[in-house]
Design a protein around this ligand. Structure first.
Ligand code: HXC
Length: 498
């Protein structure tokens, strides 16, 4: 590490750690090697020739996390507000380019006043180069953005192009336009926290994937994530350890409530099926009606997607669709098998969702699952209704193995809705409409809401006992470990509905 004076106190006075301290917390001890440490700007406008900017306000280099190489850039707010001039931008773009060549993840620590005003269009050119390299790196090496201060204007689009954005309580501010401009343009009074604080982005906008309570907590979380992720798509699928790790499954049969409509927590089911303590959720606070995250199964990294019956009955809305599609595509890019748990009543109906574009958003899930060529394993625990059944990695979208619990219900819709459509006239004409309706509902429940019809049609590979889920998922992972995509249709690329 280079020995030089940093203005650490100035940064601490703002309640933040210094760029170099952040790097030290992130990487293995003494592993950081800086690159481009002497680079600075050559701007002379606005008296910039008298404004020194060591390393042009951004520290770039390589370190290791758990012994594996990572590329890092860390903006130094004490130097011209961490603002991005041409050389600052070049340094970041170059480190991403090197990471692509080396096949290692990139971590960006953002703390900046945005485009360096004195450098004008040169600063904008710097951003342009970064966006270009972000896009080149996408799907090849993991890109992680930490928002450790302001991140404003077009500057937000570099993190926006990366895979995982970490925000920190009371430190992160991320918006396209700040409160002053909003007031000017729209006469709205909003605080920076409301416009771009950590909680807002974690809960509402869906921009952030992880929220940390402090900087130190954030760097630990980043290290944890990188310790499980593949570091390059070119590394190919992970080898599967052929040894199944036994784990008590006695609890799993008690998770599903007796009442078919009662809610339960899908996460407690996931925890039983995957390796102990290995499940780590992504976007926990956003669209909690869908759960996405990584876990290990007998040592193999898998991506988990699951409807959450505990929140809005597990219905799929626009936000859940976006969250799912993006996660599925991440897993597919990096050779991570997908395990999907299904208990879904359908896509969310209503004016609000239709006008928001549930058609366009829901289509993203269909597209992402259909496009994914990694091993795809689906477990239907209870409801699998309508289009949502198809969307949740059904056989029809290329699932390799679909299992159903005996409690699974595959149908176009639930009993009440179906009976009203099918027997509406008969019910209205009956002497006792309620009794007839009840009778028809029972009949529908008995005869149609089960997994057997779908199994006979080949849409379910096996009806399994809940206690066997872990073992069967493992057998699939082992069986599918050699799966390779054989589709070579000549086209430039598809057109995912965005
Ligand atoms: C040049 C900048 C700067 C910038 C901050 N500084 N932002 N210098 N260009 N964009 C300098 C300040 O002049 C100051 O210098 C020092 O950094 C610290 O800034 P302060 O304002 O004192 O800090 P603070 O009070 O903490 O406020 C932080 C801030 C504020 C909220 C980020 O600095 C600010 O509003 N900056 C401008 C934000 C902005 O509008 N950026 C452009 C966004 S548009 P001295 O010498 O006094 O210490 C954009 C387009 C990108 O980025 C397009 C990409 C496609």
């Amino acid at each position: 590490m280079k020995t030089r004076q940093y203005d650490i106190e100035k940064q601490h006075a703002k309640g933040k750690l210094h760029a170099i301290e952040r790097i030290e917390l992130l990487v293995d001890k003494n592993s950081f090697n800086e690159v481009g440490s002497e680079i600075t700007h050559s701007c002379t406008q606005f008296g910039m020739d008298k404004k020194p900017a060591p390393y042009d306000g951004v520290i770039t280099g390589f370190g290791t996390i758990n012994g594996r190489t990572v590329a890092i850039y860390s903006q130094d707010f004490t130097i011209i507000g961490g603002s991005l001039g041409r050389m600052h931008g070049e340094k970041i773009a170059n480190i991403i380019q090197s990471a692509i060549e080396m096949g290692c993840p990139v971590i960006g620590i953002n703390d900046s006043g945005g485009a360096r005003i004195q450098e004008g269009v040169q600063a904008l050119a710097g951003y342009g180069r970064i966006f270009y390299q972000n896009t080149k790196a996408s799907g090849y090496v993991p890109q992680i953005s930490i928002i450790a201060g302001p991140c404003a204007g077009g500057a937000v689009y570099s993190p926006g192009l990366t895979d995982f954005i970490f925000v920190i309580d009371e430190i992160s501010n991320m918006f396209v336009t700040g409160p002053k401009v909003v007031k000017q343009a729209l006469f709205e009074d909003v605080t920076a926290e409301q416009l771009g604080g950590a909680k807002m982005h974690a809960e509402k906008s869906g921009v952030a994937h992880y929220r940390a309570e402090s900087e130190v907590d954030c760097y630990h979380k980043v290290r944890d994530l990188l310790s499980i992720l593949p570091h390059c798509a070119a590394d190919g699928p992970q080898p599967v350890d052929p040894h199944y790790i036994r784990k008590s499954q006695s609890r799993i049969g008690r998770i599903l409530p007796d009442k078919p409509k009662a809610a339960y927590d899908i996460k407690s089911l996931i925890e039983v099926v995957v390796d102990r303590g290995s499940f780590t959720e992504i976007m926990e606070e956003y669209a909690p009606n869908m759960v996405t995250g990584f876990a290990k199964h007998s040592g193999v990294l898998v991506g988990i997607v699951a409807n959450q019956p505990k929140v809005m009955g597990g219905v799929i809305d626009c936000n859940a669709s976006d969250k799912t599609a993006r996660f599925v595509r991440y897993c597919d890019s990096f050779n991570i098998p997908l395990v999907t748990f299904v208990d879904v009543p359908g896509f969310m109906p209503g004016l609000e969702q239709e006008t928001k574009g549930i058609i366009r958003h829901g289509a993203k899930i269909l597209y992402a699952y259909s496009e994914a060529t990694v091993p795809k394993i689906t477990i239907i625990t209870r409801k699998a209704f309508g289009g949502a059944y198809i969307a949740m990695c059904s056989k029809h979208l290329g699932a390799d193995q679909v299992f159903a619990w005996p409690s699974a219900q595959l149908a176009v819709m639930g009993a009440e809705g179906a009976v009203d459509v099918l027997y509406g006239r008969e019910i209205r004409a009956a002497d006792n409409p309620d009794a007839v309706r009840e009778e028809k509902i029972n009949e529908y429940n008995q005869e149609y809401l089960n997994p057997h019809l779908a199994a006979k049609a080949g849409y379910i590979d096996d009806i399994i006992n809940p206690e066997d889920t872990r073992q069967r998922v493992f057998e699939c992972l082992r069986m599918l470990s050699g799966k390779r995509s054989t589709e070579h249709v000549v086209k430039r690329h598809g057109n995912i509905p965005l």
